[in-house]
Design a protein around this ligand. Sequence first.
Ligand SMILES: C[S@@+](CC[C@H](N)C(=O)[O-])C[C@H]1O[C@@H](n2cnc3c(N)ncnc32)[C@H](O)[C@@H]1O
Length: 273
Amino acid sequence: MTILELYILGKKEIENKNDVLFLFKSIFGFDRLGISLNSDVKVTNQQEELFLNKLEQLKNNIPVQYVVESVDFLDFNLKCGEGVFIPRKETEILVNEIVKKVDKNFNGNIVDLCSGTGSIGIGLKRRIEKTNVFCIEKSPKAFEYLEYNKKSLNVDINCILGDIFSEVNNFKDRMFDVIVSNPPYIRTSDIKNLDANIQYEPKLALDGGEDGLYFYRKILSTWKRKLKINGFFAFEIGYDQDEEMKGIVKNENLKHMDFVKDDNGYNRVCICS
Ligand SMILES: C[S@@+](CC[C@H](N)C(=O)[O-])C[C@H]1O[C@@H](n2cnc3c(N)ncnc32)[C@H](O)[C@@H]1O
Protein backbone atom coordinates (compact mmCIF):
# COMPACT_ATOMS: atom_id res chain seq x y z
CA MET A 1 0.00 0.00 0.00
CA THR A 2 1.06 3.61 -0.49
CA ILE A 3 0.94 6.44 2.04
CA LEU A 4 -2.04 7.97 0.25
CA GLU A 5 -3.97 4.68 0.14
CA LEU A 6 -3.46 4.20 3.88
CA TYR A 7 -4.51 7.79 4.56
CA ILE A 8 -7.71 7.39 2.56
CA LEU A 9 -8.46 4.14 4.36
CA GLY A 10 -7.93 5.78 7.75
CA LYS A 11 -10.16 8.74 6.88
CA LYS A 12 -12.92 6.38 5.79
CA GLU A 13 -12.83 4.42 9.04
CA ILE A 14 -12.38 7.20 11.60
CA GLU A 15 -14.75 10.09 12.14
CA ASN A 16 -12.21 12.45 13.69
CA LYS A 17 -9.82 13.19 10.80
CA ASN A 18 -7.33 14.85 13.14
CA ASP A 19 -6.85 11.52 14.93
CA VAL A 20 -5.79 9.96 11.60
CA LEU A 21 -3.28 12.76 11.14
CA PHE A 22 -1.94 12.14 14.67
CA LEU A 23 -1.42 8.49 13.72
CA PHE A 24 0.45 9.42 10.55
CA LYS A 25 2.65 11.81 12.44
CA SER A 26 3.51 9.20 15.07
CA ILE A 27 4.19 6.31 12.68
CA PHE A 28 5.58 7.99 9.55
CA GLY A 29 6.50 11.45 10.85
CA PHE A 30 4.29 13.08 8.18
CA ASP A 31 1.83 15.92 8.65
CA ARG A 32 -0.80 16.75 6.00
CA LEU A 33 1.81 18.31 3.70
CA GLY A 34 4.17 15.37 4.22
CA ILE A 35 1.40 12.97 3.25
CA SER A 36 0.74 14.76 -0.04
CA LEU A 37 4.47 15.10 -0.82
CA ASN A 38 5.00 11.38 -0.16
CA SER A 39 1.66 10.07 -1.40
CA ASP A 40 3.21 7.47 -3.76
CA VAL A 41 5.71 6.10 -1.26
CA LYS A 42 5.12 2.41 -0.51
CA VAL A 43 4.91 1.54 3.18
CA THR A 44 6.53 -1.62 4.57
CA ASN A 45 4.37 -4.55 5.72
CA GLN A 46 5.40 -3.78 9.28
CA GLN A 47 4.30 -0.14 9.01
CA GLU A 48 1.01 -1.15 7.44
CA GLU A 49 0.35 -3.67 10.22
CA LEU A 50 1.20 -1.12 12.90
CA PHE A 51 -1.07 1.49 11.29
CA LEU A 52 -4.00 -0.92 10.96
CA ASN A 53 -3.56 -2.09 14.52
CA LYS A 54 -3.62 1.46 15.86
CA LEU A 55 -6.56 2.33 13.60
CA GLU A 56 -8.47 -0.53 15.22
CA GLN A 57 -7.72 0.94 18.64
CA LEU A 58 -9.14 4.29 17.53
CA LYS A 59 -12.24 2.53 16.21
CA ASN A 60 -12.69 1.09 19.71
CA ASN A 61 -12.71 4.63 21.13
CA ILE A 62 -9.30 4.37 22.76
CA PRO A 63 -8.14 8.01 23.07
CA VAL A 64 -5.69 8.98 20.34
CA GLN A 65 -3.19 10.18 22.97
CA TYR A 66 -3.08 6.63 24.38
CA VAL A 67 -2.77 5.14 20.89
CA VAL A 68 0.20 7.35 19.96
CA GLU A 69 1.42 7.39 23.59
CA SER A 70 2.01 11.11 23.68
CA VAL A 71 0.33 14.47 24.12
CA ASP A 72 1.38 18.04 23.36
CA PHE A 73 1.17 20.40 26.31
CA LEU A 74 2.28 24.03 26.14
CA ASP A 75 5.55 23.93 24.19
CA PHE A 76 6.56 20.37 25.05
CA ASN A 77 5.45 16.79 24.62
CA LEU A 78 4.54 14.37 27.39
CA LYS A 79 4.45 10.60 27.31
CA CYS A 80 1.05 9.29 28.30
CA GLY A 81 -0.88 6.07 28.02
CA GLU A 82 -3.40 3.85 29.70
CA GLY A 83 -3.48 4.44 33.46
CA VAL A 84 -2.77 8.16 33.43
CA PHE A 85 -4.99 11.21 32.89
CA ILE A 86 -4.54 12.93 29.52
CA PRO A 87 -3.55 16.59 30.06
CA ARG A 88 -6.07 19.02 28.56
CA LYS A 89 -5.77 22.42 26.91
CA GLU A 90 -7.66 24.09 29.81
CA THR A 91 -4.82 23.18 32.15
CA GLU A 92 -2.45 25.30 30.09
CA ILE A 93 -4.48 28.32 31.29
CA LEU A 94 -3.74 27.33 34.89
CA VAL A 95 0.01 27.11 34.24
CA ASN A 96 0.06 30.38 32.27
CA GLU A 97 -1.83 32.18 35.03
CA ILE A 98 0.68 31.13 37.69
CA VAL A 99 3.58 32.16 35.46
CA LYS A 100 1.93 35.58 35.04
CA LYS A 101 1.51 35.99 38.80
CA VAL A 102 5.08 35.24 39.86
CA ASP A 103 8.30 36.85 38.79
CA LYS A 104 10.43 35.05 36.18
CA ASN A 105 13.19 34.91 38.82
CA PHE A 106 10.86 33.56 41.47
CA ASN A 107 12.74 30.97 43.53
CA GLY A 108 10.08 29.91 46.02
CA ASN A 109 8.33 26.57 46.57
CA ILE A 110 5.52 25.24 44.43
CA VAL A 111 3.63 22.02 45.07
CA ASP A 112 1.53 20.42 42.34
CA LEU A 113 -1.06 18.16 43.99
CA CYS A 114 -2.43 15.26 41.90
CA SER A 115 0.28 15.55 39.24
CA GLY A 116 -0.59 12.82 36.70
CA THR A 117 1.88 13.02 33.81
CA GLY A 118 3.45 16.09 35.42
CA SER A 119 1.93 18.57 32.96
CA ILE A 120 1.56 21.35 35.55
CA GLY A 121 4.70 20.79 37.62
CA ILE A 122 6.92 20.28 34.59
CA GLY A 123 5.30 23.20 32.75
CA LEU A 124 5.98 25.49 35.71
CA LYS A 125 9.56 24.34 36.20
CA ARG A 126 10.32 24.89 32.52
CA ARG A 127 8.97 28.44 32.65
CA ILE A 128 10.17 29.50 36.12
CA GLU A 129 13.59 27.89 36.25
CA LYS A 130 14.66 28.84 39.77
CA THR A 131 11.53 27.63 41.48
CA ASN A 132 11.51 24.50 43.60
CA VAL A 133 8.74 22.19 42.40
CA PHE A 134 7.21 19.23 44.24
CA CYS A 135 4.77 16.89 42.49
CA ILE A 136 2.58 14.44 44.43
CA GLU A 137 0.71 11.61 42.71
CA LYS A 138 -1.05 8.63 44.27
CA SER A 139 -1.42 6.20 41.36
CA PRO A 140 1.71 4.07 40.84
CA LYS A 141 0.95 3.79 37.10
CA ALA A 142 0.56 7.56 36.69
CA PHE A 143 3.70 8.02 38.76
CA GLU A 144 5.69 5.96 36.22
CA TYR A 145 4.69 8.49 33.52
CA LEU A 146 5.55 11.38 35.82
CA GLU A 147 9.03 9.97 36.44
CA TYR A 148 9.51 9.18 32.76
CA ASN A 149 8.53 12.71 31.71
CA LYS A 150 10.73 14.27 34.37
CA LYS A 151 13.72 12.34 33.04
CA SER A 152 13.04 12.68 29.33
CA LEU A 153 12.43 16.42 29.60
CA ASN A 154 15.34 16.78 31.96
CA VAL A 155 13.56 18.89 34.56
CA ASP A 156 14.75 19.05 38.13
CA ILE A 157 11.55 18.50 40.12
CA ASN A 158 10.81 16.40 43.21
CA CYS A 159 8.31 13.63 42.53
CA ILE A 160 6.55 11.91 45.41
CA LEU A 161 4.41 8.80 45.12
CA GLY A 162 1.73 9.17 47.75
CA ASP A 163 -1.63 10.49 48.85
CA ILE A 164 -1.76 14.29 49.00
CA PHE A 165 -3.73 14.17 52.24
CA SER A 166 -1.11 12.19 54.12
CA GLU A 167 2.00 13.53 52.34
CA VAL A 168 1.18 17.00 53.65
CA ASN A 169 2.45 15.81 57.05
CA ASN A 170 5.88 15.02 55.61
CA PHE A 171 6.60 18.68 54.79
CA LYS A 172 7.47 19.53 58.36
CA ASP A 173 9.66 22.58 57.79
CA ARG A 174 8.59 23.59 54.30
CA MET A 175 5.99 26.21 53.42
CA PHE A 176 4.70 26.87 49.90
CA ASP A 177 4.31 30.02 47.86
CA VAL A 178 2.01 28.30 45.38
CA ILE A 179 -0.21 25.26 45.96
CA VAL A 180 -1.61 24.23 42.61
CA SER A 181 -3.94 21.42 41.64
CA ASN A 182 -6.06 20.07 38.84
CA PRO A 183 -7.70 17.39 40.99
CA PRO A 184 -10.43 14.93 39.97
CA TYR A 185 -13.62 17.05 39.76
CA ILE A 186 -16.32 15.05 37.99
CA ARG A 187 -19.41 14.16 40.04
CA THR A 188 -19.36 10.40 40.68
CA SER A 189 -22.81 9.95 39.10
CA ASP A 190 -21.78 11.87 35.93
CA ILE A 191 -18.81 9.62 35.11
CA LYS A 192 -20.89 6.96 33.38
CA ASN A 193 -22.34 9.61 31.03
CA LEU A 194 -18.97 10.89 29.79
CA ASP A 195 -17.87 10.18 26.19
CA ALA A 196 -16.77 6.64 25.41
CA ASN A 197 -13.11 7.62 25.04
CA ILE A 198 -13.02 9.33 28.46
CA GLN A 199 -14.19 6.04 30.02
CA TYR A 200 -10.69 4.71 29.26
CA GLU A 201 -9.11 7.22 31.65
CA PRO A 202 -8.57 6.11 35.27
CA LYS A 203 -11.55 6.69 37.58
CA LEU A 204 -9.11 7.83 40.25
CA ALA A 205 -8.30 10.79 37.99
CA LEU A 206 -11.93 11.73 37.34
CA ASP A 207 -13.97 11.05 40.44
CA GLY A 208 -14.44 14.19 42.51
CA GLY A 209 -17.01 12.64 44.86
CA GLU A 210 -20.74 13.10 45.09
CA ASP A 211 -20.78 16.81 44.15
CA GLY A 212 -17.40 16.84 42.34
CA LEU A 213 -15.93 19.21 44.91
CA TYR A 214 -14.46 16.81 47.45
CA PHE A 215 -10.82 17.59 46.57
CA TYR A 216 -11.17 21.39 46.69
CA ARG A 217 -12.67 21.25 50.19
CA LYS A 218 -10.15 18.79 51.50
CA ILE A 219 -7.09 20.38 49.82
CA LEU A 220 -8.00 23.79 51.23
CA SER A 221 -8.59 22.46 54.72
CA THR A 222 -5.51 20.22 54.88
CA TRP A 223 -2.98 22.32 52.93
CA LYS A 224 -3.92 25.82 54.15
CA ARG A 225 -1.44 25.57 57.02
CA LYS A 226 1.35 24.98 54.46
CA LEU A 227 0.66 28.19 52.51
CA LYS A 228 3.01 31.13 53.07
CA ILE A 229 1.40 34.42 54.10
CA ASN A 230 1.76 35.90 50.62
CA GLY A 231 1.19 32.60 48.84
CA PHE A 232 -1.84 31.47 46.87
CA PHE A 233 -3.81 28.42 45.83
CA ALA A 234 -4.44 27.87 42.11
CA PHE A 235 -7.05 25.33 41.00
CA GLU A 236 -8.54 24.19 37.76
CA ILE A 237 -12.30 23.80 38.24
CA GLY A 238 -15.16 22.39 36.18
CA TYR A 239 -17.06 24.76 33.89
CA ASP A 240 -20.07 24.85 36.26
CA GLN A 241 -18.28 24.86 39.62
CA ASP A 242 -17.45 28.55 40.14
CA GLU A 243 -20.46 29.45 42.29
CA GLU A 244 -19.97 26.49 44.64
CA MET A 245 -16.25 27.21 44.73
CA LYS A 246 -16.99 30.70 46.11
CA GLY A 247 -18.75 29.10 49.09
CA ILE A 248 -15.93 26.62 49.69
CA VAL A 249 -13.25 29.32 49.64
CA LYS A 250 -15.32 31.54 51.95
CA ASN A 251 -15.74 28.69 54.43
CA GLU A 252 -11.96 28.45 54.71
CA ASN A 253 -11.81 32.16 55.58
CA LEU A 254 -9.63 33.00 52.60
CA LYS A 255 -9.84 36.67 51.73
CA HIS A 256 -9.09 36.87 48.03
CA MET A 257 -10.45 34.97 45.09
CA ASP A 258 -10.23 35.47 41.35
CA PHE A 259 -11.38 33.41 38.40
CA VAL A 260 -9.84 33.11 34.95
CA LYS A 261 -12.02 32.20 32.01
CA ASP A 262 -11.41 29.64 29.29
CA ASP A 263 -11.96 30.34 25.59
CA ASN A 264 -15.66 29.51 25.97
CA GLY A 265 -16.15 32.15 28.66
CA TYR A 266 -16.38 29.71 31.60
CA ASN A 267 -14.52 30.36 34.86
CA ARG A 268 -12.00 27.50 34.83
CA VAL A 269 -9.17 28.66 37.05
CA CYS A 270 -9.64 29.74 40.65
CA ILE A 271 -6.87 31.64 42.42
CA CYS A 272 -7.40 32.18 46.13
CA SER A 273 -5.42 33.24 49.16
C1 LIG B 1 -7.56 15.20 36.83
S1 LIG B 1 -6.06 14.31 37.01
C2 LIG B 1 -4.93 15.63 36.75
C3 LIG B 1 -3.54 15.23 36.36
C4 LIG B 1 -2.62 16.41 36.02
N1 LIG B 1 -2.55 17.34 37.13
C5 LIG B 1 -3.09 17.13 34.80
O1 LIG B 1 -3.69 18.20 34.91
O2 LIG B 1 -2.83 16.65 33.68
C6 LIG B 1 -6.02 14.02 38.74
C7 LIG B 1 -4.85 13.17 39.27
O3 LIG B 1 -4.98 13.04 40.70
C8 LIG B 1 -4.51 11.78 41.09
N2 LIG B 1 -5.07 11.55 42.45
C9 LIG B 1 -6.33 11.23 42.80
N3 LIG B 1 -6.44 11.18 44.15
C10 LIG B 1 -5.23 11.48 44.66
C11 LIG B 1 -4.72 11.61 45.97
N4 LIG B 1 -5.50 11.43 47.05
N5 LIG B 1 -3.42 11.93 46.14
C12 LIG B 1 -2.62 12.13 45.07
N6 LIG B 1 -3.04 12.04 43.79
C13 LIG B 1 -4.34 11.72 43.58
C14 LIG B 1 -5.01 10.88 40.00
O4 LIG B 1 -4.32 9.65 39.98
C15 LIG B 1 -4.76 11.75 38.76
O5 LIG B 1 -3.48 11.51 38.25
